[in-house]
Design a protein around this ligand. Structure first.
Ligand SMILES: [Zn+2]
Length: 74
């Protein structure tokens, strides 16, 4: 994963673990410790295909959540 460049600005990408949120049909899905690549220059986050797949499976209910939280909306 070295020498990978950002497809938007050509900046260099750093491996990072982040929390990603997805709002689907009024349900909020949180994914913690997702291994992504973040651009140094424009802060764009690139999620690898296997992580995207895991998130889609989770949203379809194919993966059991580790925990559930209540999200207040104002
Ligand atoms: Zn960039």
């Amino acid at each position: 994963m070295k020498d990978t460049l950002c497809a938007i600005c050509g900046g260099s990408l750093q491996n990072q673990k982040v929390t990603i949120d997805r709002l689907v049909d009024n349900r909020l899905y949180l994914f913690e410790n997702v291994q992504v690549q973040a651009c140094d220059s424009c802060q764009e986050i690139w999620i690898p295909g296997n992580e995207v797949e895991r998130m889609e499976q989770a949203i379809k209910g194919q993966i059991k959540p580790r925990k559930q939280i209540v999200v207040p909306v104002y």
